[in-house]
Design a protein around this ligand. Structure first.
Ligand SMILES: Nc1ncnc2c1ncn2[C@@H]1O[C@H](COP(=O)(O)OP(=O)(O)OP(=O)(O)O)[C@@H](O)[C@H]1O
Ligand SMILES: O=C(O)C1=C[C@@H](O)[C@@H](O)[C@H](O)C1
Ligand SMILES: [Mg+2]
Length: 169
C-alpha cells in the first residue's frame, strides 16, 4: 500500500513549499532529498556538482534509495530524480508519485526578459530542462497537479486527488 507522497517536478515547481504545507495538513513527516544529500555528505549541492554531474547523481541515487524506505512521509525530490529509472522504482515502492506541473512562465514569475537580461539564462535553462524532462515527469506520475494558481488551491487539488488512505487529517 502507498503510504508516502513523492513530489516530482522542475526546479522551482513548488516541491519543497507544497511538501511542507501538505505535511502540516496531513500530519505526515516531511523529507527533502536535496537537504538529506547535503546532510549526508556535509557538502552543498553546488560543491557536489563541481565534482561532476555523475558524482552528484550517484549520491542522489544512494540517498533516494534510503529515503524511499521512509514510512508515512511526504518526500520532496530533486528536479533531476527522474533521470534515473532506478530512483523512481525505489520511490514507487511505498510512494504515490505526484508531478507538480508549474509552467516555466509561472516559475520565473512572468518576468519581462527584455527588462531583466541577467535572468535570461535561467529561463533558457528551465525551458531546456522542461523540454528534456517533461515526458519523464508525466511517465512516472500517478497524479499530475497543475501548480499555476495559488499554493492554497494547489494543496486542495492535491488532497482531493489523494486516495482515502492517505487523506486522514
Ligand atoms: N502556486 C504558487 N504560488 C506562488 N508561489 C509559488 C507557488 N508554487 C511555488 N511557489 C514559490 O516558488 C518558489 C520555489 O518553490 P520551491 O522552492 O518549493 O520549489 P522546488 O520545487 O522545491 O524547487 P527546487 O527544485 O529548486 O528545490 C518558492 O518561493 C515558492 O513559494
Ligand atoms: O534539476 C536538477 O537536475 C537538480 C535540481 C535540484 O533539486 C538539485 O537536486 C540539483 O541542483 C539538480
Ligand atoms: Mg526544493
Amino acid at each position: 500500500m502507498k503510504e508516502n507522497i513523492v513530489l516530482i517536478g522542475l526546479p522551482g515547481s513548488g516541491k519543497t513549499t507544497l511538501g511542507r504545507l501538505l505535511s502540516q495538513r496531513l500530519g505526515l513527516q516531511f523529507v527533502d532529498i536535496d537537504v538529506e544529500i547535503e546532510r549526508h555528505t556535509h557538502k552543498t549541492i553546488s560543491e557536489l556538482f563541481e565534482k561532476g554531474e555523475t558524482y552528484f547523481r550517484d549520491i542522489e541515487t544512494e540517498v533516494t534509495t534510503k529515503v524511499a524506505q521512509a514510512r508515512q512521509t511526504i518526500i520532496s525530490t530533486g528536479g533531476g530524480v527522474v533521470l534515473r529509472h532506478n530512483n523512481m522504482i525505489s520511490l514507487q515502492e511505498k510512494g504515490l508519485i505526484i508531478f507538480l506541473n508549474r509552467s516555466v512562465k509561472s516559475i520565473t514569475g512572468d518576468i519581462d526578459i527584455q527588462m531583466r537580461p541577467l535572468l535570461k539564462d535561467g529561463v533558457e535553462r528551465l525551458n531546456k530542462l522542461h523540454d528534456q524532462r517533461n515526458h519523464l515527469y508525466h511517465q512516472y506520475a500517478d497524479i499530475v497537479i497543475d501548480n499555476d494558481t495559488s499554493l492554497e488551491e494547489t494543496v486542495e487539488q492535491i488532497i482531493e486527488h489523494l486516495p482515502k488512505t492517505l487523506r486522514k487529517h
